[in-house]
Design a protein around this ligand. Structure first.
Ligand SMILES: *[C@@H]1O[C@H](CO)[C@@H](O)[C@H](O)[C@H]1NC(C)=O
Ligand SMILES: *[C@@H]1O[C@H](CO)[C@@H](O)[C@H](O)[C@H]1NC(C)=O
Length: 401
């Protein structure tokens, strides 16, 4: 092991042994849309350097199928938000981004593209810029904005031990701000039309397990059974989706949670012998997905004119795991980048920790899938190419109806 690598491992160890922050969360109260966080999120950052996101080189059609794509979520879809925050959850260094179009880190937690990049392509749109990273003009937002922040959850304090992040409620507030600026620029009618025809992609909730429930923050395991915790998350999701509906959002894609019980971090932590997934975690996630799917179903009935689809990432990911040979994956348990058993012990912090070729890997790092897996997931969201995982329809069908 080189000195440099040892130093990195050491710094990673410090990251992991940092003392837990005390969090004080009252689960029974509604999450405030104006949280009393100790840092203000600036609405715009003046342009100092060119935007980190690149334009997608080839799009599916000459004309976009929808005006814009807006994204809310966690590290599964963060494309640079956390580059601007004080947090340990960041992907702004190689080897992150090494297989991306620019071969540079952007803040995406992947070797290459994230699902919303592939979907932007399908929709005939450029890659969506991050809210904090975009150039600061409202025109730049007309084709979409990505508000996702790694470490964020539905619960405000989920992920607090990692540092700053923009929680789901705060991301929605940021969108409302975008919407108001849009109205000031192009008027109410045009803004309503733009928003109601655009696609809203929501991928959040797994950190409420990883960084909150499973860690038993605030004694949550004693106070809430997994079932009650699921209900709590679903009812918060429900309120946030209604908030979006009230500002004219109609087309929403709600992503279910992935099987993190199979992620390299939990294989390492639960001392998996031969790569068996941590079933207690996966069964909680499955239950949560069940409740969320039901919630979406209810909202579709309740909200006139809304088209909300629920996409079961768990189902699709388990299909890839089971039929990995068919998809061309030959490493299903070990991450490409990390350290320790399954490369799940320490996070990916340097190029030396990464495998030379990630294309055969399901997992890029402790928690995140590779570009190749994201491509399959996006295809399934779009048209169910490999597995029909969206209910009641896939995205392409939803846009035609
Ligand atoms: C959760 O934490 C509390 C203390 O904060 C502890 O009393 C309880 O036993 C823990 N529950 C589990 C299931 O570990
Ligand atoms: C996976 O396939 C690649 C390319 O064929 C090969 O180099 C690698 O050794 C294989 N890995 C395993 C664990 O079988």
């Amino acid at each position: 092991m080189s000195i440099k690598l040892l130093a990195l491992v050491f710094s990673a160890l410090i990251i992991f042994t940092r003392p837990k922050l005390i969090v004080d969360t009252h689960l029974s109260t509604r999450i405030s849309p104006f949280p009393s966080q100790s840092y203000p999120i600036p609405p715009f950052i003046p342009p100092s350097s060119p935007p980190l996101t690149s334009r997608s080189p080839a799009v599916d059609s000459l004309f976009p199928r929808v005006p814009a794509l807006f994204v809310f979520g966690d590290s599964s879809v963060d494309c640079g938000t956390n580059n601007f925050l004080g947090t340990l959850a960041r992907a702004d260094r190689l080897p992150y981004g090494r297989d991306f179009d620019t071969h540079q880190p952007t803040g995406r937690f992947c070797n290459g593209r994230i699902p919303v990049d592939f979907l932007a392509n399908r929709l005939g749109l450029p890659f969506v810029p991050s809210y904090l990273g975009q150039s600061g003009t409202i025109e730049a937002m007309f084709q979409g904005v990505n508000y996702a922040s790694a470490g964020a959850g539905i619960i405000l304090s989920s992920g607090s031990e990692l540092g700053q992040r923009v929680s789901f409620a705060m991301q929605i507030e940021q969108f409302v701000d975008t919407f108001q600026q849009m109205i000031l620029r192009i008027g109410e009618e045009a803004s309503d039309r733009l928003v109601s025809n655009s696609v809203f992609y929501i991928s959040i909730g797994v950190n409420d397990y990883i960084h909150f429930y499973i860690r038993n923050i605030s004694n949550v395991q004693n106070l809430y059974t997994p079932w009650n915790f699921n209900q709590f998350l679903a009812s918060n999701m429900r309120q946030e989706l209604k908030t979006l509906y009230n500002v004219k959002v109609r087309r929403m894609v709600v992503m279910g949670l992935p099987p993190i019980g199979c992620a390299p971090y939990y294989l390492w932590k639960y001392r998996s012998q031969n790569g068996e997934c941590a079933e207690e975690i996966n069964s909680m996630i499955m239950e949560s997905n069940f409740v969320m799917r039901y919630t979406v179903d209810q909202l579709n009935r309740e909200l006139h004119g809304a088209s909300i689809i629920y996409c079961d990432v768990f189902q699709s990911a388990m299909d890839i795991l089971k039929n990995h040979q068919h998809y061309g994956f030959n490493v299903t348990t070990e991450a490409c980048c990390g350290l320790g058993r399954y490369k799940g012990w320490l996070p990916c912090v340097s190029p030396e920790m990464a495998c030379s070729d990630a294309t055969g890997h399901l997992w890029w790092d402790q928690f995140h899938p590779t570009d190749a897996v994201n491509a399959i997931l996006a295809d399934n969201v779009w048209n169910g190419r490999h597995v029909d995982m969206c209910y009641p329809t896939n995205l392409e069908t939803m846009l035609h109806s």
